[in-house]
Design a protein around this ligand. Structure first.
Ligand SMILES: Cc1ncc(C[n+]2csc(CCOP(=O)(O)OP(=O)(O)O)c2C)c(N)n1
Ligand SMILES: CC(=O)[C@@H](O)[C@H](O)COP(=O)(O)O
Ligand SMILES: [Mg+2]
Length: 588
């Protein structure tokens, strides 16, 4: 029974409560988040950590008139529940349901859409400058940003600019000493010194011209409210530094903050994680990467590993455990991750720079300017390529082929399975004349027996998987296995040929020329953007040969694919087995 929360549908309701009821609300809100996330899954620890802050902000400020931005947005579940989405919170992250991140089209209380980190201060400053220019001097602007996210370049850029304005902005630094994994870097050290009272005289935020308060206990609701009310009356840029515990209120989440960042299903009373099925499963691609890298690095001392703040998600943690001096977590700093990899490559090291496909978008210039133009043999491992599922459009890794394919010098490889991933990693560390981007998806592969000895691949070589004489399937990446299934399910399948193109660039020109000459009908299939992707590359090639054939491109269409389970999303994108099979069958 949630006696208080039951009556709260908007922040206006919350503002009528007395302090005792607000305190009770913190308990009920935590329970509500735990109740739903324990069965529906999602990000847990971050939202539990900001329950008091969420209530205090909506109590002290006049949202949605005052603008409130949640950096990354994975901590905004309490905010969603208190701003009209309590009854639909159980649809969180599901297809057709609410998004796991703030989204402007979802609610007037979501002042800015987030998902990728460290954007909040810039967006907030934009709003505050706009308010100033338009004479809206009453409006308040608040960003909540975590200690890991504020260490990112983009957040620093925002602070640096904001400090020379007299805008009405408040940055709340939510310091729990954690990202997904423990926070890293000199700023983390500085914040720790501030918390323990051992920081030197000068305060870094005051030096940036912010009015600084803190650190204060972010779980002390009356104190938070009092401080926010006070800060509201102070003009100019302000920073409030609060100390919180990630996972606050659920013992296991407090004790194991990395796992409970997004724990999957768990017992809401004990916090115990739901037991996984006992049967042996194929490996996660991230583990194939992580374990293979260790295997290679133990033999090749030039290999180094880099991750921007995702040691657990990328499985670089395996190398960090075994070869800590050669594996670097650089914090949420994708641009820096790419350029230090470039620097290392100039000096003969072999950097495996692992970045989620979606987060590499932030380091596009570094890929071109620092790596490709100088033709440095950096090995990019782009995890979470393709549709990632419940995180939705901010996180789908569907643009990489299109945005990388136009960069000269860069090899692009999309292995069909775990074995091919291992082989291309092995091949790359033997020494390439160019940088390479190896993309692979979220989740598991298909092969139990994957830890076989590795063999060298020929860069740019495609593979005939099945002979046929009428229609040619050309696939790249694990979606090639869907083509195999379709072929196996079709009776007249002698008509269907299947070619795997692990290399999107360079394309296997010889094989492609043969295919274009032999087949009148070609189908390409990929899990990336249909515009500018692998299919487009085939089309361009065919056009250049002057040999005009029917080429049907299956890829992600020209709209943002929403959140939901991947099977459903494949359908939404029209690249699921049924859709492709239906297309093929018309011609048989
Ligand atoms: C540009 C970018 N890189 C990486 C991530 C993945 N990521 C999501 S949350 C997170 C950690 C955020 O830590 P912090 O800002 O301290 O917030 P907390 O989870 O501690 O509340 C990371 C690295 C991301 N969302 N965006
Ligand atoms: C909020 C965020 O960006 C991450 O927590 C992301 O959800 C991680 O994704 P994976 O679960 O695929 O590692
Ligand atoms: Mg943090």
């Amino acid at each position: 029974m949630k006696a208080i929360l039951e009556h709260i549908n908007t922040p206006q309701d919350l503002r009528t409560l007395n302090l005792k009821d607000l305190e009770q609300l913190t308990i009920e809100l935590r329970e509500f988040i735990i109740d739903i996330v324990s069965v529906k899954e999602g990000h847990l620890g971050a939202s539990l950590g900001v329950v008091e802050l969420t209530i205090a902000l909506h109590y002290a400020f006049n949202t949605p008139i005052d603008k409130l931005i949640w950096d990354v947005g994975h901590q905004a579940y309490g905010h969603k529940i208190l701003t009209g989405r309590k009854s639909i919170f159980e649809t969180n992250r599901q297809f057709g349901g609410i998004s796991g991140f703030p989204k402007m089209e979802e609610s007037i209380y979501d002042a800015f859409g987030t998902g990728h980190s460290s954007t909040s201060i810039s967006a907030l400053l934009g709003m505050a400058l706009s308010a100033q220019l338009q004479g809206n001097i009453q409006r308040q602007h608040i960003a909540v940003i975590g200690d890991a996210s504020i260490a990112s370049g983009m957040a620093f850029e925002g602070l640096n600019h904001a400090g020379v304005t007299n805008t009405n902005i408040l940055v709340v630094l939510n310091d729990n000493a954690m990202g997904i994994d423990p926070s890293v870097g000199a700023l983390k050290k500085y914040l720790t010194n501030v918390k323990t009272g051992t920081a030197k005289e000068e305060n870094i935020f005051e030096c940036l011209n912010f009015h600084y308060t803190g650190p204060i206990d972010g779980h002390n609701l009356p104190l938070l409210i009092k401080e926010l009310e006070r800060l509201k009356k102070i003009e100019g840029p302000k920073l409030l530094h609060i100390i919180t515990t990630k996972g606050k209120g659920l013992k296991s989440a407090e004790e194991n903050q990395v796992v409970y960042h997004a724990p999957g299903k768990f017992n809401k009373q004990t916090g115990e994680l739901q037991k996984k099925e006992l049967q042996q499963l194929p490996p996660k691609y991230q583990d194939v990467f992580g374990k293979t890298l260790v295997e290679l690095a133990l033999k090749n001392e030039k290999i180094v590993g880099i991750t921007p703040a995702m040691p657990t998600g990328s499985s670089l943690k395996f190398m960090m455990d075994i070869l800590p001096e050669r594996a670097f977590d650089v914090g949420i700093a994708e641009q820096h991750a790419v350029t230090i990899a470039a620097g290392m490559a100039t000096d003969g090291l072999i950097p495996f720079c692992n970045i989620y496909s979606t987060f590499l978008q932030r380091a596009y210039d570094q890929v071109i300017h620092d790596v490709a133009i100088q033709n440095l043999p950096v090995i990019f491992c782009l995890d979470r390529a393709g549709l990632v599922g419940e995180d939705g459009p901010t996180h789908h890794g569907v643009f990489d082929i299109a945005y990388l394919r136009c960069i000269p010098n860069l090899i692009i490889c999309s292995p069909i399975n775990e074995i091919e991933l291992r082989n291309i990693m092995y091949t790359a560390q033997l020494g390439l004349e160019h940088p390479i981007a190896i993309r692979y998806p979220r989740g598991r592969g298909n092969i139990l027996d994957w830890q076989k000895s590795m063999s060298k691949m020929t860069i740019g070589k495609g593979v005939l998987l099945k002979e046929g004489n009428k229609i040619a399937f050309l696939t790249t990446g694990p979606i090639g296995n869907v083509a195999t299934e379709i072929i196996n399910e079709i009776e007249q399948n002698s008509n269907l040929a299947h070619f795997n193109f692990p290399f999107i660039k360079p394309l296997d020109a010889e094989l492609l020329a043969h295919i274009i000459q032999k087949f009148n009908h070609i189908i390409t299939l990929e899990d990336g953007s249909a515009i500018g992707g692998f299919g487009t590359a085939v089309l361009e090639f065919a056009n250049n040969t002057g040999n005009h054939k029917i080429i049907k491109i299956f890829g992600i269409p020209d709209f943002f694919i929403p959140h939901g389970n991947t099977e459903r999303l494949y359908k939404e994108a029209g690249i699921d087995k049924m859709s492709v099979k239906k297309y093929v069958q018309q011609f048989l």
